[in-house]
Design a protein. Structure first.
Length: 442
């Protein structure tokens, strides 16, 4: 094969697990990448904070630098894998202003301040790509932003956090409680030493904001995403789901709300654990895998499945963006710009309607069911099914003279359910409200 002409100077910010994999692929596939792009990619600097740390055989020590600012100003393409908000934001803005294309996997930065980066890329006529920011190796950003650009997306429903999916899957398969499943996930390397961003849903919420912005051509920030984690999901919830032929998954849901007589129009973006039917494609997504289910007007239902994290899978998504951005630079064009023409409003969660599963402990005495059902009815909530069983003693003080009631409802407004819960908490017959889960995917 003849050597293609030209060279592009590449700077990598960060040399952790993903950074090392990116550098390995750039070195091992240099010739192939050069022919695919039309120019050779030459890594001129790898910016890190600790110059003395041993980063393995794929991170050349002679390329390490602590002066990231100077490095990005002399680059044709910057690959940002350091994470966090600062100094990543300042470095990327500097790179864009100096004419470098940017590839980033930084979901937190894009969710917090994506518009600033988009505007800087647009103002300087350079590319900003971020496939690896959502669902690791799964190609979802490009299909939503480009492949479905001529379609109308109604809804994106996804499992986009591998840690929480592993935990919920382990609880379902083994009967472990949340703490036991988290400990196993940590031992296996699926959970960080501080798993807060994962188990509280923050990681999934950042990805939801990115998907919503792309799918609905509107700016959706992290503050616009309703977020609940999985720390309150109990073994009893898992068993209740099994009894109903459903599975609990932490879902990122973004959808266009069409509006109606009692529902506003706009965008809903939310993250919470939900019950989905066992027959739904997302129910079978196991261990630390991710999957995204897209519903579009013309294309119908599409599902994207694969590894959502890890060095090699994430590096695959990064390199896909690198090739695309480099080709654009060689040929003198730019890729898709930010699309925000629709400017749709965010619909608060309390204005939406859902089916619910409600679990509560009550005193085991006559008339209790009537009081619970009456309270729900007073708030316009219709009961679908009721399951009752004697309660076992537990840490909350529930004893053998109490009962556990599991209730599923027909569709009801979120605001009505929250108001009903306030009333139920005040009733002497209700000892505790243990669960409130939405039912999705039906």
């Amino acid at each position: 094969m003849s050597q293609p002409p030209g060279e592009l100077k590449v700077v990598v910010l960060g040399a952790g697990t993903v950074g090392a994999e990116v550098l390995r692929i750039l070195a091992e596939q240099q010739e192939d990448l050069a022919h695919r792009i039309g120019a050779r990619l030459t890594v001129t600097a790898v910016a890190v904070q600790d110059l003395e740390r041993d980063r393995g055989p794929h991170v050349p020590r002679e390329l390490l630098t602590g002066d990231a600012s100077s490095a990005v100003r002399d680059a044709d393409l910057v690959i940002e894998l350091m994470g966090g908000i600062e100094p990543a934001r300042s470095l990327l803005l500097d790179a864009l202003r100096h004419g470098a294309a940017v590839v980033t996997a930084n979901k937190a930065l894009l969710a917090a301040d994506g518009p600033t980066l988009y505007e800087a890329a647009d103002a300087n006529g350079v590319d900003l790509y971020f496939e690896a920011a959502v669902a690791g190796a799964i190609p979802i950003v490009r299909p939503v932003r480009e492949s479905l650009a001529g379609d109308s997306i109604h809804r994106v429903l996804g499992i986009v956090n591998g840690t929480t999916n592993y935990i919920l899957d382990a609880m379902t398969r083994t009967g472990a409680d949340f703490e036991q499943a988290l400990a196993t996930a940590t031992e296996l390397g699926y959970a960080e030493a501080d798993p807060t961003a994962d188990v509280e849903g923050h990681d999934a919420a950042a990805k939801a904001s990115i998907l919503a912005s792309l799918a609905f051509h509107s700016r959706v920030g992290l503050e616009d995403v309703h977020c609940e984690g999985i720390t309150a999901v109990s073994s009893r919830d898992i068993e209740a789901a099994r009894r109903m032929g459903r599975t609990i998954k932490l879902l990122s849901i973004v959808e266009r709300v069409s509006g109606g007589a009692d529902e506003p129009a706009g965008i809903s973006a939310r993250v919470y654990p939900a019950l989905i039917p066992d027959a739904h494609p997302l129910a079978s997504v196991s261990e630390a895998y991710n999957a995204v289910f897209v519903e579009a007007e013309a294309a119908g239902s599409l599902m994207f499945y694969g590894q959502g994290a890890g060095g090699a899978p994430t590096a695959s998504a990064v390199l896909g963006d690198v090739v695309t951005a480099a080709r654009q630079r060689v040929r003198g064009g730019v890729g898709p710009r930010e699309s925000r023409y629709a400017g749709l409003e965010i619909v608060p969660l309390d204005q939406l309607r859902s089916k619910f599963y409600l679990g509560l402990h009550v005193h085991d005495e006559p008339g209790v069911l009537a009081q619970v059902a009456g309270t729900l009815s007073d708030h316009g909530i219709s009961i679908s099914t009721i399951h009752q069983e004697p309660a076992e003693g537990n840490d909350e003080g529930n004893t053998a003279d109490s009962a556990f009631i599991g209730i599923t409802t027909h569709r009801a407004r979120e605001q009505a359910m929250q108001s009903a819960l306030d009333v139920l908490r005040a009733r002497p017959v209700v000892m505790s409200i243990d669960s409130l889960l939405r039912i999705e995917g039906e």
